[in-house]
Design a protein around this ligand. Structure first.
Ligand code: ATP
Length: 283
């Protein structure tokens, strides 16, 4: 039986702006996306028949609501393939954290099945299929550093912003992405990301300027309701982070550090009170 193993990296948002609410209910976004080394590992194995999922995580569904099932289903239907598949998800990315854990697993399955079933689809074709599963899936297929517009699907690759030291802190709060968007008062946002500046700083590779310019308009909703997130940001800054921001709709907070000793001290300190604290880097 054939088997393939694919890395599924998490993402952070170096910036996130919500421009408007569209008539179809989706939001028009402008975000800078960055992949990090933190990853799930997806093993896809051919079987005689059926579709099954297993995982080391008790926090994700193993039924048809798992995004890897949606990815398999869309590919099997589109290409009329009737082979059995078993998927094992080694889950390392905090679940429901704003790190696109489900989307990146789905992206890995699309890439894996493309290879396993010898479909020879180009990256842009896989990204079009990915959009049917979720708005973040096309970016997860592309990876690296990217500007995302539309609902997240209009992507422009940016100069790589790799090898920056990142500390992730997730207090395990239950945040609903839908609630965060519903509670966002667009007309009240005053402090927006300056995307043009961010693009310039990324092009220059200036870590300090990027870190100082980072902004996420959803912080206004999630942090207001969960002040502990602001405490984490303050701790990161007081331990020497160049900048600290919430990723996606939260609750994960990350910090960019220039000094690995500062990062290690901050990690040690946060570990006592925060559920998940991980050091990683941009890729
Ligand atoms: P986003 O940033 O795209 O909103 P997220 O990182 O906040 O996503 P996920 O980790 O993708 O959140 O989890 C969101 C929900 O999706 C979870 O509550 C979980 O039940 C469901 N889910 C379905 N499939 C997966 C998967 N493979 N990995 C993680 N969560 C999954």
């Amino acid at each position: 039986m054939k088997k393939i193993i694919i890395d599924a990296h998490a993402k952070i948002n170096l910036s996130l702006d919500v421009l408007k609410r569209r008539e179809d209910g989706y939001h028009e976004l402008e975000m800078i996306m960055q992949q990090i080394a933190l990853k799930d590992v997806i093993t896809i194995e051919e079987r005689d028949a059926g579709f099954t999922i297993a995982s080391n995580s008790k926090e994700i569904p193993l039924d048809q609501s798992n995004l890897v099932y949606k990815a398999y289903n869309v590919m099997a239907k589109k290409f009329n393939i009737n082979k059995g598949i078993h998927i094992y998800i080694e889950k390392n990315i905090p679940v429901a954290g704003g790190l696109a854990g489900g989307s990146t697993d789905a992206a890995a399955v699309l890439k894996g099945l493309n290879t396993l079933w010898k479909l020879n689809l180009r990256e842009d074709q896989l990204m079009d299929i990915g959009l049917k599963i979720g708005a973040d899936v096309p970016y997860c297929i592309m990876g690296g550093t990217a500007l995302a517009k539309g609902i997240g699907e209009k992507l422009t690759r940016l100069k790589s912003f790799s090898d920056r030291l990142i500390l992730i802190a997730n207090p395990g709060l239950n945040i609903s992405t839908a609630d965060v968007y519903n509670n966002l008062k667009l007309e009240k946002i005053t402090d927006r990301p300056h995307t043009e500046n961010m693009l310039k700083y990324i092009e220059k590779g200036d870590t300090e300027l990027v870190a100082k310019e980072m902004k996420n308009v959803l912080e206004g909703v999630t942090i207001k309701e969960n002040p502990i997130l602001n405490k984490i940001k303050e701790q990161m800054i007081s331990h020497g982070a160049l900048g600290s921001l919430m990723s996606g709709s939260g609750p994960t907070i990350f910090g960019i550090f220039s000094d690995s000793t500062d990062l290690a001290k901050c990690e040690e300190n946060l570990k006592y009170s925060i559920k998940t604290v991980l050091s990683t880097k941009t890729v």
